[in-house]
Write a protein that binds this ligand. Structure first.
Ligand SMILES: Nc1ncnc2c1ncn2[C@@H]1O[C@H](COP(=O)(O)OP(=O)(O)OP(=O)(O)O)[C@@H](O)[C@H]1O
Length: 255
């Protein structure tokens, strides 16, 4: 089976002469269809940098990133933006919703921009509204709903075009624990039912325990990876804590 996402010897260096910082030293990984993968590690380990480089937001200094077998370096700007719109979904900590649009309008925006038919848009909206349980609030505006509801709206928008790959950077970072659990349960059902492939950066062991596999990075390199397998979420949570403890650093930074 071909990986959906593949990185080979990815290196990312910030700055220039005299003031150079290596955020990613040498990362190689493969993500397969239907995986739900977490990226964890101490603050400054390079998690967001890795997600940005894997998700086309940023370019590696060297090394290759391939999505569905396509080398991202071979795409021009126009092709890349179509590719992003059709194949990738992005969810960030700070929602990025447009306050002047209702939640419904925010969610359907990617399909409306891509000029899909009304019937098609309604069908997709129906699906995401169920996955993220937001049907009753679709006509509200972002300023009228909670952080958890905003994030479920942002997640609905990210998946409405049925992307191959969903990238989430600290999606639960601003949520209370109940809202975080609701969102993560929705990610799990999306992953189980639609076989969506999800890659999520989190510093939170609870959030990570919903994943099927976790990559731990430190100092810009993969330290280790673990699979949930047949473990319960609670057992997996404990295993994550054990690794974080071995990883060292300030535990307050990473749990
Ligand atoms: N644009 C930039 N210019 C220079 N250095 C940067 C830039 N972005 C990130 N860095 C540095 O690269 C390193 C990795 O940053 P990154 O944001 O990927 O870490 P992280 O693991 O996501 O951290 P956190 O959990 O605190 O968000 C950090 O030391 C950071 O200061």
């Amino acid at each position: 089976m071909e990986p959906v996402l593949e990185a080979k010897h990815v290196r990312k260096v910030y700055g220039s002469k005299g003031n150079v910082y290596t955020a990613l030293a040498n990362i190689s990984l493969e993500i397969y269809e239907g995986e739900f993968v977490g990226i964890m590690g101490p603050s400054g380990a390079g998690k967001s940098t890795l997600l940005n480089v894997l998700s086309t937001i940023d370019q590696p200094t060297s090394g290759e990133v391939m999505i569905n077998g396509r080398d991202l370096e071979d795409m021009d700007e126009q092709e890349m933006s179509l590719f992003r719109r059709n194949q990738l979904g992005f969810i960030f900590q700070d929602y990025n919703l447009l306050d002047t649009l209702s939640l419904r309008e925010n969610i359907i925006l990617p399909l409306a921009l891509a000029k899909h038919s009304v019937a098609e848009i309604e069908e997709h909206l129906d699906f995401v509204a169920d996955v993220f349980s937001i049907r009753p609030i679709l006509d509200k505006y972002p300023t009228e709903v909670s952080g958890g509801q905003k994030q479920r709206t942002a997640a609905s928008r990210a998946i409405i075009a049925n992307p191959n790959l969903i990238f989430a950077d600290e999606p639960t970072g601003a949520l209370d624990s109940k809202s975080a659990a609701d969102l993560l349960e929705s990610f799990c059902s999306l992953n189980e039912e639609r076989k969506s492939t999800i890659l999520m950066v989190t510093h939170d062991a609870f959030a990570a325990s919903f994943c099927k596999r976790i990559l731990f990075i430190t100092d810009g390199e993969i330290y280790t990876e673990i699979y949930r397998g047949s473990k319960t979420r609670k057992e997996f949570f404990q295993k994550i804590l054990d690794i974080l403890a071995k990883l060292g650093g300030n535990m307050n930074d990473i749990i």
